[in-house]
Each structure stands twice: as C-alpha cells, then as structure tokens.
Design a protein around this ligand. Structure first.
Ligand code: NI
Length: 138
C-alpha cells in the first residue's frame, strides 16, 4: 500500500464523508477513494479507440476561472471534425453548462474529452458514448 495526501475543499470532503457513512461500518475514506480509482480504471478499459463513436460531452465550469474560456475554445478548435454541435447555457453568474455532440474515431473523441475535462476550473464533466458505428450496424 502507498499512502498519499489529497487536498480538497471542506464542503466537498464533508459531503463525500456523508456518502461514505451511508455505506455502513466497513466503509472508510481510503476504501471509498480506492473504489473511485478502480471505477475510473474500469471505465478507461471500456474505451474503444479504434471504433467510430457517437456521444456527448457535458461540462460545468466557472467561466471566471483564469483564462479557462479561451483554453476551452482553443482545444475545441483542434477537433472540428469530431465536434458536430455545441450548446452553451449560462446557468448563473458564475457557472456555464456546455454540451458537445461528438462523433469520430474513438481515439480522437477520448483525447478531446481528456483535454477538456483536464482543464483547471472544469467542475463536472462526463463523456457519454451512446453508440459506435458498429453497434448501430453502420
Ligand atoms: Ni456561460
């Protein structure tokens, strides 16, 4: 086992601990973090880089974070073949919801998602691959 430390906002950790507490007496923070890591790795293994995938990427971010808006824009301009459409909703004074409709080679779509979700200031992000060309029989 390796010990490492993580820095997180109070509120976020409190809510995580509440979630852990509901799992019963075997649950603790380390076990919960290990579960998240396993889930993340399992999700990664479901990627199909060689297939043509169709899906969407949902992001919520605070547009006041540094030059985030510019960086999001810059990344997206590198994937004009994969991004079919985007929708931007100004949720409140700080938060934006952005939804990208995507299609293209898995490798490129996953790379785009990783680059966008890896940007500092993106609070929530989820890539959903709804189908592949193969699953649609195309
Ligand atoms: Ni906005």
């Amino acid at each position: 086992m390796v010990r490492f430390s993580v820095t997180a906002p109070d509120d976020l950790l409190r809510r995580f601990d509440e979630q852990i507490a509901r799992r019963g007496d075997v649950a603790n923070r380390s076990e919960a973090v290990r579960d998240l890591i396993r889930a993340s790795i399992a999700k990664e293994q479901m990627r199909t880089p060689d297939e043509h995938v169709i899906g969407s990427l949902t992001m919520i971010y605070d547009h006041h974070t540094g030059d985030l808006t510019r960086r999001l824009d810059e990344v997206q301009h590198d994937y004009t073949d994969e991004i079919v459409s985007t929708m931007h909703v100004h949720l409140d004074h700080h938060n934006c919801l952005e939804i990208l409709a995507l299609k293209g080679r898995g490798e490129r779509v996953y790379e785009l998602a990783d680059r966008l979700l890896g940007l500092r200031g993106v609070k929530h992000g989820e890539l959903t691959c709804a189908a592949t060309k193969q699953s649609l029989g195309l």
